[in-house]
Design a protein around this ligand. Sequence first.
Ligand code: DHB
Ligand code: MG
Length: 261
Amino acid sequence: MDYDTFVSGVLCFCTLLGLVEWRSNFLLGGVAQATASQEGNSKMEKWSANDLYISKQLIPDDDVLSTALNSGKQYTTDYEISSTQGQLLYLLAKTKNANRILEVGTFCGYNTIWLEQALPEDGKLISIEYEKAYAKTAQANIENAGLSDKVTILQGNAVDVLKTLIHNNESPFDMIFIDADKPSYPEYLKLSLQLSKSGTIIYGDNVVRDGELCNVNSTDEKVKGVQKFIQEMGKIKTIESTTIQTIGIKRYDGFTLSIVK
Ligand code: DHB
Ligand code: MG
């Protein structure tokens, strides 16, 4: 064998080895990715199964809530809180002996009803919804459930409605639930503070957004909105706040909880 034949033989062998290695990396990478996504799916199934288990043990069936939940399905299944989170809001409002609750973002009234159920007979809940169709469905749910005395739905741009409430010297609320368009959260927080008093609870929904909250390079306007919301929250000296990450039927998300000093 001459030198040239030897070198080209070695090169050919190396190329083959390289191809085999590349091919096995490619295949194994594919397998690893498939396994990761199967793991992800099975984790999500487990989160949901546990939410259902907890719900079954601790949360009574409620026709009024089921009707409101079903009415939202014509639009999306995304916007309602889970029943375990609904029960948390209810317990928070009860702990607070809340008499006046403000909700920013009604959707079809499911979350509203959770909050309303914590109010005493003479309690009052004001809920703001921008989308006319959602507000109409929510109003029908509230009327059908006989809750019109306690619940008022105001249709309109939430910033404008909040400014009107402030301008009209609306009495401060015991609890404020922010669950509307995420880019406006910082503005909702600022205005909510003007409708608060010492001890008011402010709860902000959907702030972890599948873990994107800490992605400083995110270009998603919703993520940028909740990042600014939490940054502002940290700077405001008149409130004390935290953020809790959650998993369950609503996937990976989280909420903020603040109390006015
Ligand atoms: C979104 C908003 C919500 O209020 C919610 O509960 C889930 C998702 C959203 O805008 O992505
Ligand atoms: Mg929400």
